[in-house]
Design a protein around this ligand. Structure first.
Ligand code: SF4
Length: 441
C-alpha cells in the first residue's frame, strides 16, 4: 500500500465501448486523482470509483494535464486497466516464521512460488491472509476509513512475546493492536492460528481463543490449522508433526471453548481444520457444524461440504446405467472420502467403474498429504502401469491459477501425452465430482 506522497498510475489499456473510451482517455495516460483524491493503488481506485459522478485528473503521455467528467451508475466500471493489478508493487512479508511453508520448498521451482506475500490489499481483494506486521498506522486508518471488511488475519497466537518468537519479527507482538482497532471500527475479522505442537497449542491455544473471542462479533471465525511440514527443512527451526494424541488435544480444546462460547452467544466461532480430525482419527463433523463454512480456504469443513454436495447431486441423478471407466487421482488425505463417494456412485449407476488412486507427494515428502500440492510427476508415478479407463481426473486445486501447470511446471498436456490418456481437472464441488465421474451427464 503506497502511503505518504502521491504518485500517478499509468493506464495500460482502455476497454472497448467503455466510458473511458468515449471520453477519449488513452492507454499511456496517467491517472492522478478521482474527485480530488489521489490514486496510489487499487484500493484507492476501487473505493473512489464507486461514486456516480467522477472527475478524473489525468496526465497525457506528452505531459499535458486533462480533466474528464464521467457520469455513471454507482459501482459501474469505467473501463481503465493498469499495468499491474495492484497498480503498485506487491508487498512481501517482513517475517521469518518458524513454520513458513515457502522456506520448506525444494530449490529449483518457478520463482513466483518463493514470493512471500503479506499484502493487505490482496487480503481484501482475494481473501489472502495477512499478519498485520507490515501495516502502518496510516494504512490501518485507510482500511477503517474505507471500511474494508472482512480482513483475514494470520494471528498464530494472541501472546505478543510468543508471536514475536514465532514470526521472528519484533513488530509481531505490537501489531496485534490492529485487531482491536479494526474490531472497534466494526470491521469483520476472520482469523487463523497455524498451530505448531508444543509451541502455540495447549494453554497458549486456550489463551488465543479466549482473547480473540473477546473481539466477537467482529471476530467471525477462528480456524486452527496444523503446521505443514515438508521434507526440506534442513537448517530450519525443529518442529514436530501432529500425532493422533496431540491432534485430538487440539480438537478437545476447541470443543470445550465452543461449548462455553455457545452458552453465551448461541453459536460457535472456532474450528479445527479437517486435517486435525484425520490425524486424530476422529469422525469429521457434518455440514451443520460449520455455520456457512467461513473458513473453507483453510481446509475447514471441506470434507463435510464435498460429501453433502456429492450425496445430494447423486440422489438427484436419474441415469441408472452407464458404460464408463475412469480413474480419479487424489491426495492421501482425501483418499478415504473420494473412495467412499466413488463407491456410492458405482452402487447407484450400473456399469460405472471408478478407480481411485492416492498419490504420494514425492516432491515435498510423505507428511504432505493434501491434493493441492501434488505435482505432475507425483500423479504420473501414482498411476503408472494402471489401466485407467477412458479418462484420468485430477484434483481441482493442484494447478496454478491459470489452470495449466502443476507445481513442477509440468503442463496438463504434457501429463496427458506422457500417460496417453485424456486428463481433466475436477471442479471443486461435489456436483463437479459427480459430473466428472459420469462424463458430464
Ligand atoms: S508471514 Fe510467515 S509464513 Fe507467511 S510468508 Fe511470511 S514468513 Fe512465511
Amino acid at each position: 500500500m503506497s502511503s505518504g506522497e502521491s504518485m500517478a498510475v499509468t493506464i495500460s489499456r482502455i476497454v472497448r465501448g467503455s466510458f473511458a473510451e468515449k471520453k477519449r482517455i488513452n492507454a499511456g495516460d496517467k491517472l492522478i486523482s478521482i474527485n480530488g483524491n489521489s490514486i496510489n493503488d487499487v484500493l484507492d481506485y476501487r473505493f473512489y470509483l464507486n461514486e456516480k459522478k467522477l472527475v478524473l485528473a489525468l496526465e497525457t503521455a506528452e505531459g499535458k494535464s486533462k480533466l474528464v467528467l464521467i457520469r455513471k451508475g454507482e459501482f459501474e466500471d469505467i473501463g481503465l486497466e493498469f499495468e499491474t493489478y495492484l497498480m503498485d508493487k506487491q508487498r512481501s512479508c517482513k517475517n521469518k516464521c518458524i513454520f513458513c511453508f515457502i522456506d520448506q520448498l525444494p530449490k529449483g521451482l518457478r520463482k513466483s512460488l518463493y514470493f512471500k506475500d503479506d499484502d493487505s490489499r490482496l487480503s481484501f481483494l482475494f481473501g489472502n491472509y495477512i499478519t498485520l506486521t507490515n501495516l502502518t498506522d496510516s494504512e490501518a486508518e485507510r482500511i477503517i476509513r474505507m471500511h474494508i471488511s472482512p480482513v483475514n488475519v494470520s494471528v498464530q497466537t494472541m501472546n505478543p512475546e510468543l508471536r514475536v518468537k514465532m514470526m521472528a519479527n519484533p513488530k509481531a507482538g505490537e501489531s496485534l493492536k490492529y485487531l482491536k482497532r479494526f474490531a472497534d471500527a466494526g470491521i469483520a475479522l476472520n482469523t487463523q492460528l497455524v498451530l505448531c505442537p508444543g509451541i502455540n497449542d495447549g494453554a497458549e491455544l486456550e489463551r488465543s481463543l479466549d482473547e480473540l473471542s473477546q473481539l466477537y462479533p467482529a471476530v467471525q471465525s477462528i480456524a486452527a490449522v496444523p503446521v505443514g511440514l515438508s521434507e526440506h527443512r534442513e537448517g530450519l527451526y525443529p518442529l514436530e508433526p501432529y500425532t493422533k494424541e496431540t491432534a485430538g488435544e487440539v480438537i478437545d480444546i476447541i470443543d470445550r471453548f465452543n461449548e462455553k462460547f455457545r452458552k453465551t452467544h448461541g453459536e460457535i466461532i472456532a474450528y479445527a481444520a479437517d486435517e486435525f480430525y484425520l490425524k486424530a482419527q476422529r469422525e469429521m463433523p457434518d455440514e451443520d457444524y460449520y455455520n456457512g463454512f467461513p473458513q473453507l480456504e483453510n481446509g475447514v469443513g471441506m470434507w463435510a461440504l464435498l460429501k453433502s454436495e456429492f450425496e445430494s447431486a447423486l440422489s438427484e441423478f436419474t441415469l441408472t446405467e452407464l458404460d464408463r471407466k475412469v480413474t480419479v487421482v487424489t491426495g492421501e488425505a482425501a483418499y478415504p472420502l473420494i473412495k467412499e463417494l466413488a463407491e456410492s456412485a458405482e452402487k447407484k449407476i450400473k456399469g460405472l467403474t471408478v478407480q481411485v488412486v492416492p498419490a504420494k507427494n514425492r516432491l515435498l515428502g510423505s507428511m504432505i498429504t493434501v491434493s493441492g500440492l501434488l505435482c505432475g510427476a507425483d500423479i504420473a508415478a501414482a498411476v503408472e502401469g494402471l489401466d485407467m479407463g477412458e479418462e484420468l481426473i485430477i484434483p481441482p486445486n493442484c494447478l496454478r491459477s491459470e489452470g495449466d501447470m502443476f507445481l513442477d511446471d509440468m503442463t496438463v498436456e504434457e501429463l496427458s501425452d506422457k500417460l496417453g490418456i485424456r486428463v481433466t481437472q475436477n471442479g471443486s464441488s461435489g456436483e463437479d465430482l459427480l459430473s466428472a465421474l459420469t462424463g458430464g451427464i
